[in-house]
Design a protein around this ligand. Structure first.
Ligand code: PLP
Length: 375
């Protein structure tokens, strides 16, 4: 198999899987239990939290485990709106956020909030100036992603944070595609909330984390129950998933520079090989090392994905979460319909090889030649 869909999810590294097995079989006790095995499970959880907090550049007390990135996004948005309920009910966000943000904001609109959706330019980027122009007296929250999952665009979250320094609006960033892919720390970003997810960095599905720092205070709990996660996200901790998350983070951190260089090399090679295909154009800025979007205008992306799948090549048509629908990101960028409909996303991981790219280039060229010879 040529797996080129690391932005959708990543293979769990064997060491991360091993860490999970260890926790499930040896340190399975409830971390809230008072006996020695419970205390050992708690210590392990504390160590895992410290590892992930270290990689994110925050204090362990500022990191709250969730079940996924979507949960973190929803929680942060609702918590910010709750904290700023006296400031107002206006939200500034972008039209190219992940559905974990967009659908939550849409629900808040149904509940009486108003929202401004900033449109990216044709280059796929949003500027801090756009955010500044959209701010109102009653803006309670700005939610801007760090790296876009379809185009790899890196957004100026630090500049936006600087804009908000003297204003009441809180800042949330969905850093799911940025974590361990682009250089940042939670503190350096200046956001009040930042969200990450384990399965995008070699960890398991079912674990994520929300950084709550900056000006966020008296956070609205996500759930009501026991005292886990400071009482803000109660429920017995997913200790095995968290152990897999932490081990994956450690591994990625240890090989960060080489991994980025390898992904950049794959991307450059892909640009060279795929760029030779007649009519093919690259879409978006691909700032992050792992994402490259490209289009064969007039060739429906679903057909390309299905055909390549038959050859053992895994890529996605835009974001994996929107199967069959026109991408809201590409539409917001103002891409013409034919280009948008023909856009696929290729995404790399530390395991990707140049042979994977060769297989993709050969298959795309063949697809272009045989399926649509008239074009
Ligand atoms: N945000 C972005 C930018 C993503 O790419 C994803 C996953 O595709 C998510 C949020 C949601 O993360 P999860 O799958 O952990 O809910």
């Amino acid at each position: 198999m040529h797996y080129l869909d690391h932005a959708a999810t990543t293979p769990v590294s064997p060491q991360a899987a091993q860490a999970m097995v260890e926790v499930m079989t040896e340190h399975f006790a409830n971390p809230s239990a008072q006996y020695a095995a419970g205390r050992a499970a708690r210590e392990r959880l504390d160590r895992d939290r410290a590892v992930i907090a270290g990689a994110l550049g925050c204090r362990p007390e500022e990191l709250f485990f969730t079940s996924c990135g979507t949960e973190g996004d929803n929680w942060a948005i609702r918590a910010a709106m709750h904290q700023n309920r006296r400031v107002g009910r206006h939200i500034v966000t972008t039209a190219m956020e992940h559905s974990g943000v967009l659908q939550c904001v849409k629900q808040l609109e149904r509940e009486g909030c108003t929202a401004t959706y900033l449109r990216p330019g044709p280059d796929g980027r949003i500027t801090a100036e756009q955010v500044r122009a959209a701010l109102r007296e009653d803006t309670a929250l700005v939610s801007v992603m760090l790296v876009n999952n379809e185009t790899g665009a890196r957004l100026p979250v630090e500049e936006i944070a600087a804009l908000l320094r003297d204003r009441p609006a809180l800042l949330h960033t969905d850093a799911v595609q940025g974590f361990l892919k682009v250089t940042f720390t939670a503190g350096g970003l200046g956001a009040d909330y930042a969200v990450i997810s384990a399965h995008k960095v070699g960890g398991p599905k079912g674990a994520g984390a929300l950084y709550i720092g900056g000006r966020a205070k008296n956070t609205l709990p996500l759930l009501f129950g026991g005292g886990q996660e400071g009482g803000l996200r109660p429920g017995t901790e997913a200790t095995a998933q968290i152990a897999g998350f932490a081990r994956a983070v450690q591994l990625r951190q240890a090989g960060l520079e080489e991994d980025w260089a390898r992904m950049e090399a794959c991307k450059a090679y892909a640009r060279e090989r795929l760029g030779a295909i007649p009519d093919l154009r690259f879409v978006g800025p691909a700032d992050a090392p792992h994402i490259l979007a490209l289009s064969l205008p007039g060739y429906p992306s679903q057909n390309i994905v299905t055909e390549l799948s038959g050859l053992g090549i895994c890529i996605s048509a835009g974001s994996a979460c929107h199967r069959g629908k026109a991408s809201h990101v590409l539409t917001a960028m103002g891409l013409d319909k034919r280009t948008a409909a023909g856009t696929v996303r290729v995404s790399f991981g530390p395991e990707t090889t140049l042979e994977d790219v060769d297989a993709l280039a050969a298959a795309l060229l063949e697809h272009r030649k045989t399926r649509f010879p008239m074009l």
